[in-house]
Design a protein around this ligand. Structure first.
Ligand code: AVI
Length: 314
């Protein structure tokens, strides 16, 4: 794990332009900052998808094509605290659907909390937490040959390039059977005035979240990044439809990362690209799934039309 971290940091900082992978945002502090982000007034994504789960729940269930008397497995990739999914579980429970809920997450801590919460709030729902890699767990669930609905919410797919997203969805299909469903939650392309503040909030939480990556390198790889000499630099242009986060060096400087045994020069104004958050429309989603085994079944949007849950059929 630490070796991968070292190698990826070194590769990114030796590239031109420099990059660092956004997956390393999520240490303990990064997780907490992301929770704060989800509650920010500017970060509409979470609220919009929750709106779908609260107010279009029946539409979701109709698009899944499940019947109360036919068993299915509801699998969630990266379940987190399950706030949105709980809305769906409530409806499935109250209408006596027959299913097991399999939340998959990297964090056993998050899964433990989710299980406790669901056992208390929805004691009739069977929750089978699975800790680990999405594809390894899906491969083990595949053998059951039970009908499956996979949830991948929060526009998490948007942190992948379109090529990687297509491969990811293709691999999901390889672990599912004909007729299974994938619910893909994505943020939609929209005006600069709405997207930009979501990645550059007035309280500076997103800035902290981005810069925390340097802190993590300092802590885990014995780096000497001085956070006072870097700033959060987000970009979004509606025509491209991709929000990008950079960390900009505010002076000419050299940083050392002892665990790697190297130093890296940064010029004043030089940017390290840390994250992409892709925004979508129907055409893009269709293009991304074109070479996978999925077809578009339905698109369910929040009341503002900012966010969409696409239901795809394998
Ligand atoms: C997790 N992911 C979908 C978030 C996003 O919107 O791309 C991460 C994030 N980055 C900055 N703010 C939130």
């Amino acid at each position: 794990m630490i070796e991968n971290f070292k190698n990826e940091v070194n590769k990114g900082l030796e590239s031109n332009p420099k990059t660092l992978p956004s997956k390393y945002f999520y240490d303990k502090k990064g997780d907490a900052l992301f929770v704060e982000i989800m509650n920010l007034p500017e970060y509409y994504l979470t609220r919009c998808e929750l709106d779908i789960f609260q107010n279009k729940t029946q539409e979701l269930v109709d698009a899944f094509g499940v019947k109360p008397n036919t068993y299915f497995e509801l699998i969630e990739l990266g379940a987190g605290d399950g706030t949105k999914t709980k809305e769906l579980l409530k409806l499935l429970d109250s209408e006596n659907y027959s299913f097991d809920y399999f939340p998959i997450d990297i964090s056993s801590n998050a899964l433990g909390l989710l299980e406790q919460d669901l056992n208390k709030e929805l004691p009739n729902v069977s929750v089978q937490t699975k800790q680990g890699d999405y594809f390894e767990i899906l491969a083990t669930l595949k053998d059951s040959k039970k009908p499956k609905i996979v949830l991948f919410l929060g526009s998490n797919i948007g942190n992948m390039t379109d090529d990687l997203a297509a491969k990811f969805i293709y691999n999901l299909g390889a672990n599912l059977q004909a007729g299974d469903k994938l619910l893909l939650g994505v943020d939609l392309i929209k005006a600069n005035e709405i997207v930009r503040p979501a990645y550059n909030d007035s309280k500076g939480i997103t800035a902290k979240f981005n810069l925390n990556l340097l802190d993590r390198i300092n802590n885990e790889l014995d780096g000497d990044f001085n956070l006072n000499h870097f700033k959060h630099q987000p970009e979004y242009d509606k025509n491209e439809g991709i929000a990008k986060s950079f960390i900009e060096s505010t002076i000419d400087q050299t940083v050392e990362i002892k665990a790697i045994g190297k130093t890296y020069k940064l010029a004043e104004g030089e940017k390290i690209h840390t994250e992409i958050s892709r925004k979508y429309n129907d055409k893009l989603v269709e293009k991304i799934i074109a070479n996978t085994d999925f077809n578009l079944e339905a698109k369910i949007q929040d009341n503002k039309g900012y966010f969409a849950d696409y239901i795809l059929t394998r």
